[in-house]
Design a protein around this ligand. Structure first.
Ligand code: ISL
Length: 561
C-alpha cells in the first residue's frame, strides 16, 4: 500500500442489523456478511466500515455498548468475527470498526460500578452532578428528545447522556477513561482490524463547566452543538489516542471522526497530517440543508444552490491542508435518491447515478452506504407506529406531548427518519428481498420486487454498474485524488458543475440535477474532451461544441489535456 492509501480508497458501510441474515432470526449477522463479500469485491470497494457488533442491549441498535471486547450474540461470535476479518483480508479489502466511546451503555460494568456509590473509584468516569434548584444541572437536551440528564435515586445525583438515558457520557477528562479506550482500540488492532470510525468523537471534550446552552431555547439541543462540542481538550485527546495507539504500529490504518456540527476551519485542524489526529472527518453541513430552525425533522425541501455551496465550502477549505470524506448516505441519513434525487419517476436511476457522479468526482474519500449502490429509496412510512428508531419515536412523542403539528412531524419523519436507511438490503425479488428467511426486524421496501442487487448485476447500465465505474475511476485516475477543485455555475439552481485540474490533464464534472433539459455553455478547452463516464445511453463520446445539451438528470465526466 502507498502512503495515504486511504486517499484513493472507497469505503463501504455495512449496518449489520440490516445487511444479510444467515441465522434466520430476521436480524442481519456476521455470517450473512461473510456470504456477501464477493458482492462487495465485485463492486470494487477497498474498505468495509462495520457499524457496531459489540455486546449491547440494542437500545440504539448497538451504539450503546456494554462490552467492547465481545460480539453481541444477535450478530454472532468473536470466532465468527475473526472468520469475517480473514475473509475480508483474503479479498484484499480492509475492515474498520465503529468505535463508540463518547458514551457506553448504562449496562456496561464501568457504569454499573460508577453508579453503585458516590465514592466508587469509577464514579468520575461519567458526569455526575447535583440537582440545581431541584432540577437538572443545566438546560441541555438529548439528541433523542427530553433532557440530557437522568436522575439516579440510588446516589441522589443526575448523570449526563447526550443521547438516550441508557447511553451515559464518558468523562474523558479522567485519564483512566482515556487509557481504557486506548486499551479497547489496541485490543481490536491486535485482532487485525484496520482502523476506526469514531462516533461523535468531537463530543468527547465538553465545554468547561457544562454551562447552559444560550443560543437556542431549552432542549432545542442539536442547534446548540457548537456550545458544548469541540471542547478545550478534544485535539489533545485525539492526538494522544493516535500517538499511543497507532504510534510505531506496523500497517496501514484509517481513522474517521464523526463530528456533528464541525466547521471546515476546525476540520483543517482535525485532519492536518502534521497534527497526527485523524485522517478525515464526517461533517454534517450538506446533510442539514433541508432542515428548518426546529431541527432535523423540520423538513424544508432542497435548495440545490445551498447544497452545492455547502460541499464546495468544504472542498475549498481542505484544499491545501487536511482531507474530506464524501458521503450522501449512512445509517443515520435518509436515502439520497429520495432526498435530493427523483425517486418516484422515470428519473430514479439517472438521478441516483447523477448524485453519485457529482459526489465521487470531488476531492476526498467516498463512502458508499449499503444499498446506495443500487439506488435504494426511502421506505413509504405512513404512521408513527411504522417507525422503530428511538430518535423518531421519542421525537414524535415529544411533538404530541407539547401539542405540536403531528402531521408536519410525520412528513418530516417519512422524509428524514433514520429508519429510511435501515430497511433490509434488497438482494433479490424473492421473499424479504433475500435478506432473511425469517421475519425481518424492519419491513422490507416493497420496491425490492424490481429494485434489487440481482436485477442490477444482470443489467449493463444499472446504478450498481455506475458505482462500479466511479470506483474504478477513483482507482485509476490520480487526478481524482490530487486534482485542484474549482466550482462552476455555483448559483445555477439546476446545474452542478466543477473542474478538477492537475499539472497534466483536467476533468469537467457536470450534471443536470432536474428533469428539464438544459443547454450549458462550456469553455472552448472542453471541445473534443473525452467522455470518461456518462449516465444516459447515447451520450456522445466527446464534447463537440461549447454548448452542452443536457437531458433530464444527465451527468457526465469529461477528460481533457
Ligand atoms: O443525525 C444525527 C444528527 O442530528 C443524529 O441522528 C445522530 O444521532 C448523530 O449524528 C450522532 O450519530 C452517532 O451517534 C449516535 C447514534 O445514534 C448514531 O447512529 C451514530 O451515527 C449515538 O451513538
Amino acid at each position: 500500500m502507498t502512503a495515504d492509501w486511504w486517499k484513493t480508497a472507497v469505503v463501504y458501510q455495512i449496518y449489520p442489523r440490516s445487511f444479510a441474515d444467515s441465522g434466520g432470526d430476521g436480524i442481519g449477522d456476521l455470517g450473512g456478511i461473510i456470504g456477501r463479500l464477493d458482492y462487495l469485491k465485485t463492486l470494487g470497494v477497498d474498505v468495509i466500515w462495520l457499524s457496531p457488533v459489540y455486546r449491547s442491549p440494542q437500545v440504539d441498535n448497538g451504539y450503546d455498548i456494554s462490552d467492547y471486547r465481545d460480539v453481541d450474540p444477535v450478530f454472532g461470535s468473536l470466532a465468527e468475527f475473526d472468520a469475517l476479518l480473514t475473509h475480508v483480508h483474503e479479498r484484499g479489502m480492509k475492515l474498520v470498526m465503529d468505535l463508540v466511546v463518547n458514551h457506553t451503555s448504562d449496562e456496561h460494568p464501568w457504569f454499573v460500578e460508577s453508579r453503585s456509590s458516590r465514592d466508587n473509584p469509577k464514579r468520575d468516569w461519567y458526569f455526575w452532578r447535583d440537582a440545581r434548584d431541584g432540577a437538572e444541572p443545566n438546560n441541555w437536551g438529548s439528541f433523542f428528545s427530553g433532557s440530557a440528564w437522568q436522575w439516579d435515586g440510588k446516589t441522589g445525583q443526575y448523570y449526563l447522556h447526550l443521547f438516550d438515558r441508557k447511553q451515559p457520557d464518558l468523562n474523558w477528562e479522567h485519564p483512566e477513561v482515556r487509557a481504557a479506550v486506548r486499551d479497547v482500540m489496541t485490543w481490536w488492532l491486535d485482532r487485525g482490524v484496520d482502523g476506526f470510525r469514531m462516533d461523535v468523537v468531537n463530543f468527547i471534550s465538553k465545554v468547561a463547566g457544562l454551562p447552559d446552552a444560550t443560543a437556542v431555547p431549552d432542549r432545542q439541543f442539536v442547534s446548540a452543538i457548537a456550545e458544548f462540542a469541540d471542547g478545550p481538550h478534544v485535539h489533545e485527546y485525539l492526538a494522544e489516542l493516535s500517538r499511543e495507539v497507532f504510534g510505531g504500529r506496523e500497517g496501514e490504518f484509517i481513522t474517521v471522526g464523526e463530528m456533528p456540527g464541525v466547521t471546515p476551519e476546525q476540520a483543517r485542524l482535525y485532519t492536518d497530517p502534521a497534527r497526527g489526529e485523524l485522517n478525515m472527518v464526517f461533517q454534517f453541513e450538506h446533510v442539514s440543508v433541508d432542515q428548518g430552525p426546529a431541527g432535523k425533522f423540520d423538513y424544508r425541501g432542497l435548495d440545490l444552490v445551498i447544497l452545492k455551496k455547502a460541499l464546495y465550502r468544504w472542498q475549498l477549505a481542505l484544499a491545501e491542508v487536511g482531507w474530506n470524506s464524501l458521503y450522501w448516505n449512512n445509517h443515520d441519513q435518509p436515502r439520497v435518491v429520495s432526498r435530493f434525487g427523483d425517486d418516484g419517476s422515470q428519473y430514479w436511476a439517472a438521478s441516483a447515478k447523477a448524485l453519485a457522479t457529482v459526489l465521487h468526482g470531488m476531492r476526498g474519500t467516498p463512502f458508499v452506504y449499503q444499498g446506495e449502490e443500487l439506488g435504494m429509496t426511502n421506505y413509504p412510512f405512513r404512521t408513527a407506529q411504522d417507525h422503530q428508531d428511538l430518535e423518531a419515536i421519542n421525537y414524535y412523542r415529544d411533538v404530541v406531548e407539547r401539542g405540536g403539528d403531528t402531521e408536519a412531524a410525520l412528513v418530516g419523519l417519512a422524509k428524514i427518519s433514520r429508519d429510511n436507511a435501515r430497511t433490509p438490503m434488497q438482494w433479490d425479488a424473492g421473499p424479504n428481498a433475500g435478506f432473511t428467511a425469517g421475519n425481518p426486524w424492519l419491513p422490507v421496501n416493497p420496491n425490492h420486487a424490481w429494485l434489487n442487487a440481482d436485477a442490477q448485476l444482470a443489467e449493463r447500465d444499472s446504478v450498481f454498474t455506475h458505482y462500479q465505474a466511479l470506483i474504478r475511476l477513483r482507482h485509476e485516475w490520480p487526478i481524482l485524488r490530487d486534482g485542484d477543485f474549482t466550482p462552476l455555475l455555483e448559483d445555477d439552481p439546476q446545474i452542478w458543475a466543477y473542474t478538477r485540474r492537475a499539472p497534466v490533464g483536467c476533468l469537467l464534472v457536470i450534471a443536470n440535477c432536474g428533469r428539464e433539459p438544459r443547454t450549458v455553455e462550456i469553455a472552448a478547452e472542453w471541445i473534443a474532451a473525452d467522455l470518461l463516464l456518462g449516465n444516459l445511453p447515447g451520450t456522445a463520446a466527446t464534447a463537440d461544441s461549447t454548448s452542452l445539451h443536457l437531458a433530464g438528470w444527465d451527468a457526465r465526466i469529461y477528460s481533457a489535456g
